[in-house]
Write a protein that binds this ligand. Structure first.
Ligand SMILES: Cc1ncc(COP(=O)(O)O)c(C=O)c1O
Length: 492
C-alpha cells in the first residue's frame, strides 16, 4: 500500500493500535465475565467485520438516501418483534445500545403523558431499585422524578409496592427481564395488569435478556405476550452477539411510537427527522447485527442459549457448593450475583469482592458491585456479578476450580473496613469538590495515576464507593475518568 499523504506507514499505525489493544482485557475466550458476549465462533466475528466494512461510508441518518439502512432495520425490528411476541401493532427502531433504547422509552412515555396533561408538572418514573442506571440517567436528562421501589435482600420487588405508587403523575413504570445487578425477572404480569387498568405505560427492560430469555425454559410471560406491556428494549450487542452499538426498542402502537421521534422543519437546513438521539450515525453495527441474525436465525440463537444455560447451571452448582458464598435470589437467564453467606460464622465467610480480586489474580475477570442502602428498604449486600456467555462452557474445566480456589484463598478475610478507607481521605468539607481537590484525593488513594489501570485489588475502591456519600463518590469517579482522557502534552 502506498503511504500517500500519510505521516506514518499504515502498517506502523496499525501496529501501534495492536499494541494498545494488547493492554485491553480479552474480549474473546470467556475470561471477562461482563461487558462482552462471545458466541465462540470466529466466523461470526468475521461476518460482522465484513458487514461493518461494507457499510463503513454510509450515513445511518437518512434511510431515504441510503435505503439499505431502512431495509436492515426493517429486518431486525421484524426479527425482534417475532421473538418477543409482538403483533402488527408493535413497531420499533434500531438504536445504538441499551442506554439509548431506555432513554427513548422514557422520552416516548414522557411526551405521551405530557401531551395529555399540557399544564402538569414533572411526571414520575417508577421502577425497582435494581432497574438499570440508564433509567436514572433518562430521568435526569429528561426531567422526570425518579421513584425507586425498594427490593428485598434477594433483589425481588413486590408488585404490590409498585402498584401502590401508581397515580396520575406516573408517566412510566419500568421492570426488568432480568435486572442486571441480580438477574431478577421482575413480576411483569401483575404490574402490567395494574398499569393497563390505570392507563399507565409499562416498559420491560430486556436489554440484557431480550435475545436469550426467549429460549430459556420455565419462565413466566414477560414480553408483548403480556397485555399492558407498551415497550421492550433488547440489545443486539449483548446476547445478539453483535459488536457494540446496536439495540432494538419496540413499542406497542404506531401513534405512541411516533412520540419517540424528533422532527423539525424550523431551520434553514435539511428537515431533521430522527427516531433516535444521534443525527449522523454509523450504520456499521446495524449491518453487523443484521448479518449475525441472518446467519443464526432463531435456531442459532436457541443453540447458543443452550450453551449459556449449561454453563450457567455448572457455575451455579459450583458457587452454591462453595462454603461462605451464596447466589443472590433466583437468577433468570445467564447472569448471576454472588454475595457472602451470612449464615456461616464470620471466619468461614467469603467476601465477594476479595473473592473477585483473588479470581482476577488467576486471569478471570469478575465484576464487583457495591452494596446499596435503599431509601425505606433493606440494605442490599455487596456482590460480584458474572455474565455467562456461550464460550464460557468451553472454559469451565479451568474456570470452576479457579472460582473454588479463589474462595479458599480469602475465606474468613474480613471485608475492607469502611472506617479505614475514610481515615485515608483528606477532610471532605461540605462544598462540592473541584477538579484539583478531587484529583488530590484520588492521588492520596493511589488512584488516577494516568495509565488508566485500576489497582489489582478493587475491593478497596468498592469500599470507598460505599463509604463516602454518593455525590462525593460520583464526583471522584468523574474526575478519575475525566483525567484518563486528558492529553499529557499539547497535540500539534
Ligand atoms: C438490563 C439492562 N438495561 C440497560 C443496560 C444498558 O445497556 P448499554 O450498556 O448497552 O447502554 C444494560 C447493560 O448491561 C442492562 O443490563
Amino acid at each position: 500500500m502506498s503511504a500517500g499523504p500519510f505521516r506514518a506507514e499504515p502498517d506502523a499505525i496499525l501496529a501501534r493500535l495492536a499494541e494498545l489493544r494488547a493492554l485491553d482485557a480479552p474480549t474473546h475466550g470467556g475470561r471477562v465475565l461482563s461487558y462482552v458476549y462471545d458466541p465462540g465462533d470466529a466466523a461470526l466475528d468475521e461476518l460482522a467485520a465484513a458487514a461493518i466494512r461494507a457499510m463503513q461510508p454510509v450515513n445511518g441518518l437518512d434511510p431515504t438516501t441510503f435505503p439499505s439502512v431502512a431495509a436492515l432495520e426493517r429486518d431486525l425490528v421484524g426479527f425482534a418483534r417475532g421473538l418477543l411476541h409482538g403483533d402488527d401493532e408493535v413497531v420499533g427502531s434500531v438504536t445504538t445500545g441499551g442506554t439509548e433504547s431506555c432513554l427513548l422509552a422514557v422520552k416516548t412515555a414522557r411526551d405521551v403523558w405530557r401531551a395529555a396533561r399540557p399544564d402538569a408538572g414533572a411526571p414520575r418514573l417508577v421502577a425497582p431499585t435494581t432497574a438499570h442506571a440508564a433509567f436514572q440517567k433518562a430521568a435526569h436528562y429528561l426531567g422526570l422524578e425518579l421513584d425507586l421501589v425498594p427490593v428485598d435482600a434477594d433483589g425481588r420487588v413486590d408488585p404490590e409496592e409498585i402498584v401502590d405508587r401508581l397515580d396520575d403523575d406516573v408517566a412510566l413504570v419500568v421492570v426488568s427481564a432480568p435486572s442486571y445487578p441480580v438477574a431478577a425477572l421482575d413480576p411483569v404480569e401483575p404490574v402490567a395488569a395494574a398499569c393497563a387498568a390505570r392507563g399507565i405505560a409499562l416498559h420491560v427492560d430486556a436489554c440484557i435478556g431480550g435475545l436469550v430469555l426467549p429460549f430459556w425454559p420455565g419462565l413466566p410471560a414477560w414480553d408483548f405476550a403480556v397485555p399492558g406491556v407498551m415497550s421492550v428494549s433488547a440489545d443486539l450487542h449483548k446476547y445478539g452477539y453483535a459488536p457494540k452499538g446496536v439495540s432494538v426498542l419496540l413499542q406497542r402502537g404506531r401513534d405512541r411510537q411516533r412520540a419517540q421521534y424528533f422532527a423539525t422543519t424550523r431551520w434553514p437546513g435539511y428537515p431533521v427527522v430522527n427516531p433516535t438521539v444521534l443525527g449522523s450515525k454509523s450504520a456499521g453495527p446495524l449491518a453487523a447485527a443484521w448479518a449475525i441474525v441472518q446467519a443464526l436465525g432463531a435456531e442459532g440463537f436457541a443453540a447458543l442459549a443452550d450453551d449459556c444455560r449449561r454453563a450457567t447451571a455448572a457455575v451455579r452448582e459450583t458457587v452454591a457448593g462453595i462454603e461462605g458464598l451464596r447466589i443472590v435470589g433466583e437468577p433468570a437467564g445467564p447472569l448471576l450475583a454472588v454475595a457472602a453467606d451470612e449464615t456461616v460464622p464470620a471466619d468461614r465467610r467469603v467476601d465477594p469482592h476479595h473473592w473477585a480480586d483473588a479470581v482476577r489474580a488467576s486471569g478471570w475477570v469478575l465484576q464487583l458491585q457495591p452494596g446499596l442502602a435503599q431509601e425505606g428498604g433493606v440494605r442490599l449486600p455487596p456482590t460480584t456479578h458474572l455474565t455467562i456467555t456461550p464460550v464460557t462452557e468451553r472454559g469451565l474445566p479451568e474456570l470452576l476450580p479457579v472460582l473454588a480456589a479463589g474462595a479458599d484463598a480469602v475465606r474468613g478475610v474480613p471485608s475492607v473496613d469502611a472506617a479505614q478507607v475514610l481515615a485515608a481521605l483528606p477532610p471532605l468539607g461540605s462544598a462540592p469538590l473541584d477538579s484539583e481537590t478531587a484529583a488530590g484525593i484520588l492521588a492520596a488513594l493511589g488512584l488516577g495515576g494516568g495509565s488508566g489501570a485500576l489497582p489489582d485489588r478493587q475491593a478497596p475502591l468498592l469500599a470507598l464507593i460505599e463509604a463516602v456519600p454518593a455525590p462525593v463518590a460520583e464526583r471522584l469517579l468523574v474526575e478519575l475518568l475525566g483525567r484518563l482522557v486528558e492529553p499529557a502534552t499539547r497535540v500539534e
